[in-house]
Structures are given as structure tokens and as C-alpha cells.
Design a protein around this ligand. Structure first.
Ligand SMILES: [Zn+2]
Length: 399
């Protein structure tokens, strides 16, 4: 189905490289890899294979941006499908939906469920990781605080017992990349240490921790703040809570959901500027309705109503994930938050790729890396998506 871009040259676009923006840049792709990314005037001809100006597949992208494919490390579903409950076809449909919106690397997130169910689910998802459709598994819950449960089923929450954390890691057969937990609960700090020992990201979230308790968890090895601001005590001037601890510490990367619902633009700006562009990861926290539409959905055992793109629990009205896709997060960041495009690219591609340990393959436009890239038009709308050298969204000439 996908057209393979055997030997494609993308020419004339503004290309975002790790070193900055190149006007009239050039990206060459061959056999699923990037062979060249730089200014148009750089040396060519040694790797592009065919001869010169009439090489097949040269695309004139004047007026467009070429940026690295997006990396989403926190995503529960899309296209009408849930990563917690759908079958293989459903999960792949959700993955495909997000790919069409520019996400070429995606970690599937589960929501709180029975331990046996989650273990079984981890085994199932691990096969999709091994096939290369997913970049790993993120367990969000059940080891979270009932005080900050959000859209997680309270009856199924439990304290973070390291033996149980271990059970999920084993079930995921080396594909678990992140576990979100409330580190202030009994067993929380020991569980952080266990995750670090196994090379899995310990993410602080759905937490009721104090500032001091959060510092203790960071010292134990936690490195990510799960959707900063959401599902944690608000910033207070006498009791600054987790937000201040997470923002100030150089060891922490903060996840931000830039959909305009989860965060006020001023909160996003505060976080972005305090942490700096090197310590922010844009995520979707998307649920089934992302890229699909309004309606009634299931999030684990709970019913969710999506109206005007905002997902809320049918009972209680708590925000229940987002319907965000990362192209929208990018466009908001560029047009509403007015962040520099180079900073957005760090937050949406490079930083999460590094955290996940896949930055040798993805996260930036550099020779030798996977041909994962997004073409955006001048208004930051998707004009093309290339994943491992295959067009997910093929650019239309003359647009
Ligand atoms: Zn989530």
C-alpha cells in the first residue's frame, strides 16, 4: 500500500537539523535511510546512486518545512482503537492514524487494569514492538494515587510493590520503556530503583507527592514527569509540590500535552521556559477518539464521552486523555505559543527519542538514521510523512 521512496531527494525546503534551520536544504533518502541532510550546496553524488539533476523522485518542496518524524512516548490509542483493549488490527489502525499525523515512533500506553490483564496485554503488545510497529510499552497505572487518579479506575489502583512492577516488566519481555507511578506511596522509591536497574524510565505522575517527596524520587532515579501539571497538586507558594521539584531539576524531562485543554498557554510557557527546550517532551496522551471523532468510548473499564474533541469521564467529568495528534501540538506550539521551530523539534522528536534510547535511529535528520520525516506546509499543516523510507502521506505535487 505504502509507496516506497527508493531514492528520493527532498529539495528546496527549510530543513530543521540538529544544528539549526537550513534554508533551501536538501534531504536524500535511500533504502529506508537518510543518506544526506544539509544545505543544497553540500557535496552530492557519492551516495544518491543515480545521475544528477534528472534523478527520479526529486521533490521540489519550496515553501515547506522538513522536520524529523515525531516521537510520542505517551499515547493510549487513536483512529477509534485503544492500545489497552484492541486486537492487533485495531492497534495497528491506531498506530497508522497517528503516523498520518506525523508520529513515526510511538510508545503504546496502557491504563489501569487488573494485574493479570495488564501482564497479558504486555505480552500481546510486545509482539507489535518486536515487529517494529510500536517503540515500546508504557504502563500508566495501576501504581498511582487514588487522590490523583484522573481517568483511572479507583478500585483497581494499588501501591507500587516492586515484585508486581517486576511482573509487568517480565511480561513485556524487554519492551517496557516507561512506568508512571506515584512515588510517594509505600514501595514507590524501591520501585523507582527497580525500574532504573532494568533500564526502564521511572515517570512521576498521578501523584499527590510533596516537593520533598518528589526530590527523593528524583534522587532515586526518576527521570520523567508524566503530563506535568495534570493529575498532581497545583503549584503553591508555601507548598510548591511536585511541579516545582520537577521543573527545577536538570535530571527530569517534563511531558506536556499541548492541546489547549490540558494546559493553558501560559502554563505551557512557564514550563517550557523554566525547563528549557532540552527538557520538554510533547506527548498526546491520546485516547481512541484521536483522529476519529466525537462519541462514546471505553477507557479501560470506564466510559468516556468525547464532545468537541474534549474527552471526559461519563461519571465525574474528569478529563480522560486527549484527542490530540502531534501535528496539532506542533502547529499550536508554532502559531499560538510562538515557540522557535528548532525548540519544537527538540520537544517533539529529539528529546523523547533520546529518553527512549532510540536516538541512534530516529529523532533527528542525519545521514545514517531511519528515513522518518515530516513535511509541513507554510501553515504547519501536514503535507507529507515518510516512515522508514515509505510514504505514509505522499506529498501532492503543486500543493
Ligand atoms: Zn495517559
Amino acid at each position: 500500500m505504502a509507496a516506497r521512496a527508493e531514492s528520493t531527494v527532498l529539495a528546496g525546503a527549510r530543513v530543521v537539523l540538529p544544528t539549526g534551520i537550513v534554508e533551501n536544504g536538501r534531504v536524500s533518502v535511500e533504502g529506508g535511510r537518510i543518506t544526506e541532510a544539509g544545505p543544497a550546496a553540500s557535496s552530492v553524488g557519492d551516495t544518491t546512486g543515480s545521475s544528477g539533476a534528472t534523478a527520479p523522485g526529486t521533490l521540489d518542496l519550496t515553501g515547506h518545512w522538513v522536520v524529523p518524524g515525531f516521537v510520542d512516548m505517551h499515547n493510549h490509542g487513536g483512529g477509534g482503537a485503544s492500545f489497552t483493549s484492541g486486537g492487533a488490527d485495531d492497534v495497528l489502525k491506531g498506530v497508522r492514524t497517528h503516523q498520518e499525523h506525523g508520529t513515526t515512533t510511538l510508545v503504546a500506553s496502557t491504563v489501569t487494569g487488573e494485574m493479570d490483564f495488564l501482564a497479558q496485554r504486555a505480552g500481546f503488545l510486545s509482539e507489535l514492538v518486536e515487529q517494529g510497529d510500536l517503540a515500546g510499552i508504557h504502563f500508566e497505572g495501576p501504581f498511582i494515587s487514588p487522590c490523583r487518579k484522573g481517568a483511572h479506575s479507583e478500585a483497581l489502583l494499588r501501591d507500587p510493590d516492586p515484585a508486581e512492577v517486576r511482573k509487568l516488566l517480565d511480561a513485556a519481555r524487554g519492551t517496557a520503556r516507561m512506568v508512571t507511578l506515584a512515588t510517594e506511596l509505600p514501595g514507590g522509591i524501591d520501585s523507582v530503583r527497580l525500574l532504573v536497574e532494568h533500564g526502564v524510565i521511572a515517570a512521576i505522575g498521578h501523584t499527590d507527592a510533596t516537593y520533598e517527596q518528589t526530590v527523593e524520587a528524583i534522587d532515586a532515579g526518576a527521570t520523567v514527569a508524566t503530563h506535568l501539571f495534570n493529575a498532581m497538586p497545583p503549584l503553591g507558594h508555601r507548598a510548591p509540590g511536585p511541579i516545582a521539584a520537577l521543573l527545577e531539576d536538570e535530571r527530569i524531562t517534563v511531558e506536556l500535552i499541548n492541546d489547549g485543554t490540558h494546559l493553558h498557554p501560559a502554563a505551557l510557557e512557564l514550563a517550557f521556559h523554566r525547563a528549557g527546550a532540552g527538557r520538554v517532551a510533547f506527548i498526546t496522551d491520546a485516547m481512541d477518539a484521536a483522529g476519529f471523532g466525537d462519541g462514546v468510548y471505553q477507557l479501560g473499564p470506564l466510559e468516556v464521552e468525547v464532545k468537541d474533541g474534549v474527552a471526559r469521564l461519563a461519571v465525574g467529568g474528569s478529563i480522560a486523555g486527549s484527542t490530540l495528534t502531534l501535528d496539532t501540538a506542533f502547529r499550536r506550539a508554532a502559531t499560538i505559543d510562538r515557540l522557535p521551530v528548532t525548540d519544537i523539534v527538540r520537544a517533539i522528536s529529539a528529546n523523547p527519542a533520546k529518553l527512549l534510547g532510540v536516538d541512534d535511529r530516529v529523532g533527528s535528520l542525519e545521514a545514517g538514521k531511519d528515513a522518518d520525516l515530516v513535511i509541513l506546509d507554510a501553515d504547519f499543516a501536514i503535507a507529507g510523512v515518510l516512515r522508514k523510507g515509505e510514504w505514509v502521506v505522499e506529498p501532492q505535487p503543486g500543493r
